[in-house]
Design a protein around this ligand. Structure first.
Ligand code: XUL
Ligand code: CO
Length: 483
């Protein structure tokens, strides 16, 4: 006979293993907090208010010559770059789901991360203990922002009322631990893990699910507002289709627009001034997600008259999954006035899926920062580390090292991008490429005042045009000189 605990555990694992999602909440690590002798895995193993990272000091800036893995080499929060402190350009945030719910489990293997504070349960007490670990981590890292899904921070219960009560209890603790300095960069509702969302939330063909999703988003906006969150994200992991043969795409998109309209109305009703953000991703977990990329999302917002109410949260690994570069997605968002936030991560060039690695490539980070500087920054958005340790990185200090590495890489990107902008050679090269339009006729064309007849007359008058070099390698050489 299996004990109730074993049955529950088995059920939890069956649900989790069947979800190929990055937000895996599964297999209990076989360890338990140092001060809970014998209580490991118990539903009431307590809230534990001890120190979670005893060997880790507050992370400080030591400069580029430092060899200390637990120090910043490039991120110097109060150093001014192009008239703004580094911390205000970068506005870093820690993603609760990867950092405190990621287990290293994948579809082929069990959890690898045996964090000493985990007791192997999804209890309310465990949720609160994890929240304390989150705030100690933020303090030690020197980061003032965090991001969460409702269901990462508090456990699901039998009814929506009970689930909301769980959430309220954890949120009350988070509010207390935030103090006056720390705030959510954004909150969101997890509308993809539970089986009820298998056909989507806002695009589910089942009206009961649409209502449930709305109730969940309503509550998630409320708690984000209560915690002083600066933005609210919609990532539609299951808002899409597996086959068009069973799907009324037009009707589903209409439903999604109505859902967003209701969210806008509710946000205004409760006085939440945060930005609503749509996070594009082409697929995974669905075969085709409706917010495919920045251009598709912009078109959706324009079609439904929502363009002034939303911005985009661009995630670099999602960009590459959609066949674009991160730089392309950022520029597409920027030139449409939609660049609101960045989920800072990267994929692996040899792996096709959303590996959500910490961005450690300085070239890539420099391109990202060029867009951010041209956007005048991201505020009230920022950089959320939607990134996880590799399955094989299993020391507690690796959580710090990964975030420090990611922060330093973006800080270095900021320094390089500022150098490129101050030097001006790249801007000059681009301006020169279009100089033939810096003429009277060019200005008239750009103002929409020139018709085909006049252009035909000019083409005949000028004859075969001389086409100048694109200077691509020169552009790359200038870019590299700032690395
Ligand atoms: C999924 C993803 C999500 C969103 C929030 O790929 O990026 O974690 O950022 O739901
Ligand atoms: Co993301």
């Amino acid at each position: 006979m299996m004990s109730m605990k074993a049955v529950k555990l088995l059920l939890l694992c069956v649900i989790c293993f069947s979800v190929v999602s990055k937000t895996v909440i599964c297999e209990p690590p076989p360890t338990c907090p140092a001060n809970l002798d014998g209580e490991c895995g118990s539903e009431d193993s307590g809230e534990w208010e001890g120190e979670f990272f005893p060997g880790i000091p507050k992370i400080k800036y030591e400069g580029p010559t430092s060899k200390n893995p637990l120090a910043y080499k490039w991120y110097n929060p109060n150093e001014e770059i192009l008239g703004k402190n580094m911390k205000d350009w970068l506005r870093f945030s820690v993603a609760f789901w990867h950092t405190f719910r990621g287990t290293g489990g994948d579809p082929f293997g069990a959890a690898t991360k045996m964090w000493p504070w985990e007791d192997g349960t999804n209890s309310l007490a465990m949720a609160k203990r994890r929240m304390r670990a989150n705030f100690e981590f933020l303090e030690k890292l020197g980061v003032d922002r965090w991001c969460f899904h409702d269901r990462d921070i508090a456990p699901d219960a039998e009814t929506l009322e009970e689930t909301n009560a769980n959430l309220d209890e954890v949120v009350a603790l988070a509010k207390e631990l935030q103090g006056t300095k720390i705030r959510p960069l954004w909150g969101t509702a997890q509308l993809f893990m539970h089986p009820r969302y298998m056909h989507g939330g806002a695009t589910s063909p089942e009206i009961g699910v649409y209502a449930y999703a709305a109730a969940q988003v309503k509550k998630a906006i409320e708690v984000t507002h209560y915690l002083g969150g600066e933005n609210y994200v919609f990532w539609g992991g299951r808002e899409g289709y597996q086959t068009l043969l069973n799907t009324d795409m037009e009707r589903e998109l209409d439903h999604m627009a109505r859902f967003f309209e209701a969210a806008v109305a509710y946000k205004k009703k409760i006085g939440f001034n945060g930005t609503l953000l749509i996070e594009p991703k082409p697929q995974e977990p669905t075969k085709h997600q409706y917010d495919w990329d920045a251009a598709t999302s912009a078109n959706f917002l324009r079609k439904y008259g929502l363009i002034g109410e939303f911005k985009l949260n661009i995630e670099c690994n999602h960009a590459t999954l959609s066949g674009h570069s991160c730089h392309h997605e950022l520029e597409t968002a920027r030139i449409n006035g939609l660049l609101g936030n960045i989920d800072a991560n990267t994929g692996d060039p040899q792996v096709g899926w959303d590996t959500d690695q910490f961005l450690m490539d300085v070239n890539e980070a420099t391109l990202v920062m060029l867009s951010v500087i041209r956007n005048g920054g991201l505020s009230p958005g920022g950089f959320n580390f939607d990134a996880k340790l590799r399955r094989e990185s299993t020391d507690v200090e690796d959580i710090f090292i990964a975030h420090i590495g990611g922060m330093d890489t973006l800080a270095r990107g900021l320094r390089n991008a500022a150098k490129l902008i101050e030097d001006g050679s790249l801007d000059k090269l681009v301006r020169k490429r279009y100089q033939s339009f810096d003429t009277e006729l060019g200005a008239q064309i750009e103002a929409g005042k020139v018709d085909f007849e006049l252009l035909e007359k000019k083409a005949m008058e000028w004859g075969e045009p001389e086409v100048p070099s694109g200077k691509q390698e020169l552009a790359e050489m200038i870019f590299q000189s700032a690395m």
